[in-house]
Design a protein around this ligand. Structure first.
Ligand code: SF4
Ligand code: SF4
Length: 118
């Protein structure tokens, strides 16, 4: 299994980190050295810019989660990195919880799953 986060869309809500039963995700500082420590392709790496549509949608939402904060603290913030993609068991929990709709999973027969926020 291959898993990555499209970093320019990640709000830092940490839902993926919270629900994944096998610890695929870790929350990282946005300007830290390991913010791109997964297999995201070049266009989906974190380069300091959030997709404007995602920012507009989430920046003022008050749901108890920090959005677009530099660091993970108090249960949200930073951004998510899929540091243990091969551990994924395709339970799909993260795929329906991801605010940024930015998780991409490819299974061993090359089926691709994108997260959709519900
Ligand atoms: S689908 Fe994979 S990455 Fe997502 S929560 Fe389940 S095990 Fe974790
Ligand atoms: S659920 Fe999606 S938007 Fe939220 S931290 Fe994880 S990857 Fe980022």
């Amino acid at each position: 299994m291959q898993v990555y986060v499209e970093k320019p869309k990640c709000t830092g809500c940490a839902h993926c980190f919270d629900v994944c039963p096998v610890a695929v995700f870790e929350m990282k500082d946005r300007s830290g050295p390991d913010a791109n420590n997964d297999v995201a392709p070049e266009n989906d790496k974190w380069k300091g810019q959030t997709v404007p549509e995602v920012k507009t949608k989430w920046e003022n939402v008050q749901d108890g989660h920090k959005h677009f904060q530099e660091k993970y603290e108090g249960g949200s913030g930073g951004l998510s990195v899929a540091v243990q993609g091969p551990a994924c068991i395709l339970c799909q929990a993260c795929l329906i919880e991801c605010e940024g709709e930015c998780i991409v999973i490819t299974d061993d027969t090359n089926n691709v799953y994108h997260s959709i926020y519900k």
